[in-house]
Design a binder for this molecule. Structure first.
Ligand code: GTB
Length: 227
């Protein structure tokens, strides 16, 4: 039976790549929402794209739910393909267009491993800090929990910093693994945790200095600061 989800009807095929992003990101344009990493991957690959902006209400409506079952951003549409999940989107871009994955199979496998490490091992404790502050900040145990949660991030950052050492990137040349890791680490900057680890902060700064990141950042900033 033909799949009914995530394969677009011909009349809705995207002629150019279309992604979705917040109509207005709660971060006011700091680039912390997850469309930035997708924009960055598209810029690294040199691909033009359009952005469909969605409100929090529109994200939960059927039109959006048929490309994102969890009612979130970002999504990615190209020809008859619709994807959600930034890991899948960045991997798709990296595998189908140049510039983000090494040629050699084993090198490529390790770059993908770093993408997964960023999303599955490093991002969760960073998100816990956000949850502890924003969603649980008014609980009587919030302060105590915050200490624990921040220490878990520090433990992870110590391990990551040991792995990175004084290298420029995680494994040879810049790859989709670095793009994802830098994107994830950026989310730890507002808490001050990133700056406790100068080599990680410098690694993130190298990512931010890439022209493709700058273009991605500027594009989301323009959306989130328009009047
Ligand atoms: N695992 C998914 C992925 O990687 O694509 C997670 C997607 C996701 O969490 N999307 C968020 C969303 O749509 C936006 S990025 N949330 C709306 C909802 O769930 O209703 C998360 C985010 C939001 C706000 C900030 N900020 O203000 O700093 C940063 C990141």
């Amino acid at each position: 039976m033909a799949p009914t989800h995530f394969v677009l009807r011909p009349e809705t095929y995207a002629m150019t790549i279309v992604i979705t992003a917040f109509e207005r990101s709660p971060d006011g344009g700091k680039g912390l929402a997850r469309d930035t990493r997708v924009r960055w991957a598209l810029e690294e690959a040199g691909l033009p794209y359009e952005v469909r902006l969605v409100s929090f209400t529109a994200m939960k409506e059927p039109e959006h739910l048929c490309v994102h079952p969890f009612g979130q951003i970002p999504t990615f549409e190209e020809d008859n393909l619709a994807l959600f999940e930034t890991g899948a989107i960045v991997l798709h871009i990296a595998q189908h267009y140049g510039g983000l994955l090494p040629e050699e199979d084993t090198d490529q496998a390790r770059a993908i491993m770093w993408m997964f490490a960023a999303l599955n091992t490093v991002e969760p404790p960073i998100l816990d800090v956000f949850v502890a502050k924003v969603l649980e900040g008014d609980k009587p145990w919030a302060e105590e929990r915050m200490v624990l949660v921040k220490d878990r991030v520090r433990a992870r950052f110590r391990q990551l910093a040991a792995c990175l050492g004084d290298d420029e990137w995680l494994d040879g040349d810049f790859s989709a693994g670095d793009l994802m890791m830098v994107s994830v680490l950026l989310r730890a900057r507002p808490s001050g945790l990133l700056d406790e680890f100068p080599t990680l902060a410098a690694y993130v700064a190298r990512g931010e200095a890439r022209p493709a990141y700058q273009r991605a950042f500027e594009a989301q900033l323009k959306v989130n600061t328009r009047v």
